[in-house]
Design a protein around this ligand. Sequence first.
Ligand code: PBG
Length: 329
Amino acid sequence: MSFPAVRLRRMRKDAFSRALMRETTLTASDLILPVFVREGEGVREPIASMPGVERVSIDELVRVAERAHGLGIPALALFPVTPPEAKSLDAAEAWNPDGLAQRAVRALKAAVPELGVVTDVALDPFTTHGQDGLIDASGYVMNDETVEALVKQALSHAQAGADVVAPSDMMDGRIGAIREALEDAGHIHTRILAYSAKYASSFYGPFRDAVGSAGNLGKGNKYTYQMDPANADEALREVALDLEEGADMVMVKPGLPYLDIVRRVKDAFGAPTLVYQVSGEYAMLKAAGQNGWINEEACVLEALTSIKRAGADAILTYFALDVAEWLRR
Ligand code: PBG
């Protein structure tokens, strides 16, 4: 009787042998929790397009941070929801030392100092038009003028105590400019997480609802600065530049539709590579789970494990708290 010389199913038969040959493991220490912070006290406001995610006031944010820290999540990424009256054409609220993001950073570092705090460096929560930068008369986002504003914003975050500043704007040259300004100001330990390969993705829709920039942006788009989803080589050029300019970590965003980019970036540079599982990815998994069309927990764990398998060192995910709880069991 003939038989296969190699039977790959032998190792798959029992949990013990599956565990022994598992190549990728997901742990709470791989996760960064993005949090939307708003003004007020004792506020937890649901976001319609992201069931289970809330906009929280600073006092509630501290509770979220304590919970995340207790679950072994290393860091939290802050996204401020700016009240309409604080938005302007010059986005000056972005570097207000007493702005919402800056106050939130101080509160977090006072309450849970060991938890890493990542801040978003970009102007879209602060502009009346919802673009990530300053615009000229034609509506074009001006590069170098925007970089000057981003430098002021990043410095104000570092001053407030942010551990990591994360430029998500995709202007040319902003990493170098921010790095130089941080060094000049003595912030030599502030890490830069560069959103290097950030695509002009339609999967950001729920995020724009969450921070309230969707209405400002209207029918506008971000094609003149975020990357074309059709491109891959260009992502490697972006990553190379950001690393040369002094980025400590690079990011690919969104996650699941861009795993080929993650793999290429990791293989080409071997640098700390993060992935953002974005709001639209969250919304899809959540909606299908809530409808009973998929098993939410199993699908979320599979998606995140796949992102790690593709080469990610860490993942920003709105599921971070749930995942950390699931992995405990
Ligand atoms: C904007 C910013 C966006 C996200 C993070 N920072 C949206 C955009 O570029 O329009 C998206 C995150 C998500 O969808 O979860 N600077």
